[in-house]
Structure formats: C-alpha cells, structure tokens
Design a protein around this ligand. Structure first.
Ligand code: GDP
Length: 311
C-alpha cells in the first residue's frame, strides 16, 4: 500500500464528548461510501455489530477506508496515563482530531494529550460535536480552543486549525454550524486534505518500534507499532534489538492490520501502516524489530514505571 493512501490519526476527547459515537458513525459511513449504498441502517445489521463489538476486545484501534485511503484511528487512554502511553501513541500518528462538546468546550483532561500532540508537531482538526444541542455555543468553543492551543505553545500552522461541526448521533457534519450535510464527508475530506500521510521509507529494510502491547488468549503477546520502513511478512526472520543494544534473532508468526473494529491477518504489511505482530514473546516496549541483514535500531523510548503500586 502506498503510504500516501494512509492517514494515522488519534482522537483526543474528554469523556462523554462523543468519541465512541463519532467513530461508530465513521465506520458505518465508510462502509456506505465503499459499497456505494444509500441505506445507512442496513449497512451494519445487529449481527455484524455484535461481531465487531466482540472484536474490540482484541483491538482498541479502528480503521476505515474512505476514497481508497486507509484511516487508522489509534485509541488514546482517557484518564491516568501510566507508562507514557499517550506519548507513544503520538509517535505513531501524523495528526489528531480534537473532539470537543459544543457547549462544554475543551476540558482539562484533554489538555495533557493535546500538549503531547502539539509538542510532537502534529496537526489537528478541531471537531465541535453535539452541534445539535439547544444551547450549543460553537463560536465560544472555537475561541476557547484557540486560546488553549496558544497556551500550549502551538506554532502558527497548528493554531490555524480547521474546524468541522458534527452531530455524531445522526452522522452529520459541516464546515459551518448552519451548513450541515447528511454525512461525514466534510470530516473525511478534511482528514484527507489536512492531515499528512506517514513519512516512511517503503523501499528500506524492515524497521518498527514496539510501541504498544496487547494480549490475546490464543495468540499470546501482540506487539503493535507503525512500520517505519520496508515491509514485514508472515514467518519473516527479524532481528530484535533491545534498548540496551542486545540483539536477538526472532521469527514473526503472524502479521495483522486493522480493519473496522478488528484486526485481519495479512501475508505482508508495508511501511506506514499500523500493524500487530504475534510470535514475538520477548519483545518489550521501545524495542526495535528490524532486518537481520541491514539492522536499523531506533532510539529507545522512555517508559515510565507506574507510580502507584498495589503490593
Ligand atoms: P465518549 O465517552 O467520548 O466515547 O462519548 P460517547 O460517544 O459515549 O457519547 C456520550 C453521550 O453523548 C452518549 O449519550 C451519546 O449518545 C451522546 N452524543 C454523542 N454525540 C452526540 C451528538 O452529536 N449530539 C448529541 N445530542 N448527543 C451526542
């Protein structure tokens, strides 16, 4: 897959501002656009929905395809951030959606995550959700969001953010609160236009940093990260480089990419995509997975120990 046809994004949202509802609407509509159907309600019947919900246990991340572009939405932890997970997620994405309630505006809890995004130089689209609320005050919300960007040290380009207004419940969006379309196309178009595709080397040797860890009862440890360079295949021999420089040969078992609310196994994944690998039991956060013939270690990432321990 050409990395130009990928967008890796995170959604930053205060609890209850509508992240889950928006992602559901995006999933539903991406299917409609793909299948070129008109009838929204029939797209995801209850069996599909249940099946997909079941798979969320395996994947917190979501992926949709719009006009041939794969949009990977990486989940960000909402509250306490033990172990610097937000920082690590921000290293995998190239842009963020800052979702804010049209009445409440940005909340203190979203500030920390937004700061991390801005410090990483990421571009943001501000999504003012629940625009249907009777007491919505979109201008005030956009103004306070702008002030927050400035307070957090946004550069000129970052502070010049595009704004999309949404009703996630009905799946409507618009460039102005009074000009809503019956779909999320304005949002999808904005993601494609404003947020950059991953800056990766498709031709180079395999290189990935183990960024997030998952666990599956059947498959064991799942190592998640963005493939920075080259490609990676099922059963490929790789070199595992630890943060202290130790090198160990390993073999990838399976390669997964994200699709909808779940993960699908693929024979091969290419640079730019966010992937999940099995068979790498000893790999830890920050370690590099690379090509044994042309190893490219990545600088280790800081992993903070949780400050709270229950003994
Ligand atoms: P999350 O905690 O950010 O994932 O928020 P949810 O997606 O669970 O939404 C929180 C509540 O807000 C739910 O009751 C949703 O139905 C409601 N909600 C989400 N989006 C909208 C919207 O655009 N308009 C209105 N009126 N309600 C919404």
């Amino acid at each position: 897959m050409n990395p130009q046809n990928i967008r890796n994004i995170a959604i930053i949202a205060h609890v209850d501002h509508g992240k889950t509802t928006l992602v559901d609407a995006m999933l539903k509509q991406a299917r409609i656009f793909r299948e070129n159907q008109q009838v929204a309600d029939r797209v995801m019947d209850s069996n599909d929905l249940e099946r997909e919900r079941g798979i969320t246990i395996l994947s917190k991340n979501t992926s949709i395809t719009y006009k041939g572009v794969k949009i990977n939405i990486v989940d960000t932890p909402g509250h306490a951030d033990f172990g610097g997970e937000v920082e690590r997620v921000m290293n995998m994405v190239d842009g963020v959606l800052l979702l804010v309630d049209s009445v409440e505006g940005p909340m203190p809890q979203t500030k920390f995550v937004l700061r991390q995004a801005l410090e990483r130089g990421l571009k943001a689209i501000v999504v003012v959700n629940k625009i249907d609320r009777p007491n919505a005050r979109p201008d005030f919300v956009v103004d306070t969001t702008f002030d927050l960007f400035v307070d957090l040290g946004a550069d000129e380009e970052q502070a010049d953010f595009p704004v999309i207004y949404t009703n996630a419940l009905t799946g409507q969006s618009g460039l102005e609160p009074g000009e809503m379309t019956d779909n999320l196309e304005p949002l999808f178009e904005q993601i494609l236009d404003t947020l950059p595709s991953p800056d990766v080397e498709t031709e180079g040797p395999t290189q990935m940093q183990a960024t997030l860890m998952g666990y599956d009862d059947y498959k064991g440890k799942i190592v998640i990260g963005r493939l920075n360079s080259g490609s990676i295949e099922k059963n490929q021999n790789v070199l595992h480089i630890l943060s202290d420089g130790t090198q160990k040969p390993l073999k990838v078992a399976q390669v997964f990419t994200h699709q909808g609310l779940g993960r699908v196994e693929v024979e091969r994944a290419t640079a730019g995509d966010i992937i999940a690998l099995t068979g790498l039991g000893n790999v830890g956060i920050g370690d590099t997975i690379t090509d044994p013939e042309d190893p490219r270690p990545l600088p280790p990432i800081k992993v903070e120990e949780p400050t709270l321990r229950i003994t």
